[in-house]
Design a binder for this molecule. Structure first.
Ligand code: HEM
Length: 402
């Protein structure tokens, strides 16, 4: 079985993706790996990397062989909220039958139908942020729009004050951080910071859950506080995973959308409706997937492609590489906003398929609609882009509007 450190070291960047340029544009490396080493063992990270669509899809669907359970490791960002040793279980890191219980009680609330009731409120929240931008003429799209919007939305759904969003962001960053470099020292520092953030966040939610035990609100914290199906620790884990899973990912979807539209010169076509906004968002998800990689641990010996992998190994599937596999997508290196079908794996596949996918799509749809309706011109400056280090997105994106 892999040790805790192995699962953690799988979070390090592979050698090929250490530089800024490679992290902004990992796609050449993906293409090379897909054709030359599609299932590849990386000694540095003690991890198997998987690149082809067919294999990535299989790993995500076959949950019995490829387990999402990293307990015993600290690879689960929601672990250890209450103490340094207690493990919090969340749906993202559990296998059936527990997974069904942890996800089942909330699943309904995230279905597109249920979310539609929120649409007017989401539009209002989006408009408030756009109003704040209006006077400025020039702003950082990431800091002033793409970060606050998803935090504000999830805070609204959970029923917590959005004013604390800087704190939520700080916690989220610590929990999904990667070590700064591949040294042992950086790994230990990352773990210490993560532990502290987990603890604070756990305490914050434990208090709110207690206060709402007899509540009758329709926010998600009350939903968790009043269910008999989860233990207290599971309820805390639930709140944490909702706050964590949806924020940086949606920030990156919004940012990557503006990045793609500017790069392709299609801002005007999306605004006018000549290019369908919803389809264009799907193509952004494929072309610049906010999450490029997902991890599993083998629970038995398995042959993947032509490669034998033993039980207990960490398998890192490269969704970003699968989403550009020429076996599945015509002309995969070209951004084609009208692409259909578009069976990208940006939200994963199988039982762990993103719970928040309908919400993320709705947020992106409303956000782009509101931005492009409000401003006659929106120009993003694509010079000197800096990649974020945790997922796939940008540190900042300067925009001018009129
Ligand atoms: C563009 C934005 C998003 C992207 C790209 C994204 C991507 C993903 C992916 C790839 C997975 C699968 C992880 C795995 O198989 O291990 C996942 C799971 C999950 N996502 Fe998202 N996500 C996004 C937004 C959201 C939002 C807004 C929420 C909630 C408010 C959310 C909540 C979740 C949860 C709870 C899971 C775990 C589901 C399970 O294990 O059954 N996500 N997401």
């Amino acid at each position: 079985m892999q040790s805790t450190d192995s699962v953690d070291s799988a979070r390090q960047h592979p050698a090929a993706l250490q530089s800024r340029d490679a992290r902004l544009d990992p796609f050449e490396w993906y293409a090379e790996m897909r054709s030359e080493a599609s299932v590849h063992y990386d000694e540095d990270r003690d991890t198997w990397d998987v690149f082809r669509y067919e294999d990535v899809d299989r790993v995500l669907r076959e949950q019995e062989t490829f387990s999402a359970d990293r307990s015993g490791s600290s690879g689960d960002p929601s672990a250890d909220a209450e103490s340094d040793t207690a493990i919090l279980k969340t749906m993202i890191s559990t296998d059936p039958p527990e997974h069904e219980r942890l996800r089942g009680f909330v699943n309904e609330r995230f279905q597109p139908g249920a979310l539609n009731d929120y649409r007017p409120r989401l539009e209002e929240l989006t408009d408030e942020l756009v109003d704040d931008l209006e006077d400025t003429g020039q702003f950082d799209f990431v800091d002033e729009f793409a970060i606050p919007l998803p935090v504000t939305v999830i805070a609204e759904l959970l029923g917590i004050p959005a004013e604390r969003r800087d704190q939520f962001k700080e916690w989220s960053n610590a929990l999904i951080a990667r070590p700064e470099d591949n040294s042992e020292e950086a790994l230990q520092r990352m773990k210490r910071e993560r532990g502290a953030a987990q603890k604070e966040m756990g305490q914050y939610f434990a208090k709110l859950l207690k206060e709402r035990q007899a509540g009758d609100g329709d926010d998600l914290i009350t939903l968790a506080a009043t269910t008999d199906e989860l233990t207290t620790k599971e309820k805390i884990g639930f709140c944490m995973i909702l706050l964590l899973a949806g924020n940086i990912t949606t920030t990156n979807l919004l940012t990557n959308a503006i990045w793609c539209f500017q790069e392709q010169g299609i801002v005007e076509d999306v605004r006018s409706g000549d290019i369908d906004r919803k389809q264009a968002i799907e193509e952004v998800l494929r072309y610049r997937s906010p999450i490029q990689e997902i991890q599993r641990v083998t629970s038995e010996d398995v042959t993947l492609g032509e490669t034998q992998i033993e039980a207990g190994e960490v398998v890192n599937v490269w969704v970003g590489a699968a989403n550009r596999d020429p076996e599945v997508f015509d002309d995969p290196e070209t951004f084609r906003p009208e692409r259909t079908p578009n069976q990208h794996l940006a939200f994963g596949k199988g039982i762990h398929y993103c719970l928040g996918a309908p919400l993320a799509r709705l947020e992106a749809d409303i956000a782009l609609d509101r931005l492009l309706t409000r401003f006659d011109r929106l120009d993003a400056d694509l010079s000197d882009l800096q990649p974020i280090s945790s997922h796939y997105g940008l540190e900042s994106l300067r925009c001018q509007v009129q």
